[in-house]
Design a protein. Structure first.
Length: 254
């Protein structure tokens, strides 16, 4: 009931797997100053994590974002046709030459992939040695368990395997999947994918995205409040194991 009352009028009632929903979410991000600043912070961190050198960078699931403003020459892609992206592709079958990329970046995409094993094999093929995959994803903590189970529209199952249930490319999801891969089953991931070194995991942002209303709900905070919330969250950094809702994950190609 709460989600229904607070649903953003641009996307209320639309099927999440409809490409129009993704296009309208781009408008939502641009129209909400608090949310746009969150994306800018995410993109600044992700751009800084991309290795220098030869090769282009591809973004999977460019969707409502604007990461191309932060990474020059970025190849923007989606699984469904959307205006403003350069290519439509499947993240489990990447159409790039072997070793041609210096990086792949993804914001909230990994937890939608039906077969993440296929993605990591494909990424190991197309990313050159020394390149990286940079992920911004949901993360599991005591606080995020409460939020994702009760307030979020996507599935959340810490006990699941590595595959996502469901049929639609966007409605199919498990918000716990990144944590499953890189925390619960990290040793198994490293054995299965020795090509990838988990370089760092940076959990954070317990409140700001929730307060922004995200891409599905109305504004819950005015833009000028962003700095205060950022200050509070930075002071909470030592306790992010308990409070984090998201994490930036960097994998380096050996």
């Amino acid at each position: 009931m709460i989600r229904s009352l607070l649903a953003h009028p641009l996307t209320r009632g639309l099927d999440i797997d409809d490409p129009r929903t993704t296009e309208l979410r781009r408008q939502v991000v641009q129209q909400k100053p608090f949310l746009r600043q969150i994306y800018e912070e995410w993109y600044t961190a992700m751009a800084a994590a991309v290795p220098a050198g030869e090769g282009r960078v591809a973004e999977l699931g460019s969707g409502p974002g604007f990461l191309e403003q932060f990474i020059p020459g970025l190849i923007t892609t989606e699984i469904l046709y959307c205006r403003g992206v350069q290519a439509v592709l499947d993240g489990c079958a990447l159409p790039f030459r072997e070793g041609s990329l210096r990086g792949i970046v993804m914001t909230g995409v990994l937890h939608h992939l039906p077969e993440p094993r296929r993605f990591f094999r494909e990424a190991a093929r197309v990313v050159r040695p020394g390149g990286a995959v940079i992920l911004h994803e949901p993360w599991v903590s005591a606080w995020s368990r409460f939020v994702y189970r009760r307030l979020h529209y996507e599935p959340f199952d810490e006990r699941a395997g590595w595959e996502c249930a469901g049929k639609g490319p966007l409605s199919r999801a498990n918000n716990a999947l990144p944590w499953i891969l890189f925390e619960r089953d990290r040793a198994a991931f490293e054995r299965e994918f020795p090509q990838w070194r988990v370089d760092r995991i940076e959990p954070g942002m317990p409140f700001r995205y929730l307060c922004s209303g995200g891409v599905t709900m109305r504004d819950l905070m005015p833009g000028p409040a962003f700095g205060l919330f950022r200050w509070v969250e930075r002071r909470m950094q030592p306790w992010m194991k308990t409070w984090a809702m998201f994490a930036v994950i960097r994998l380096v190609r050996r």
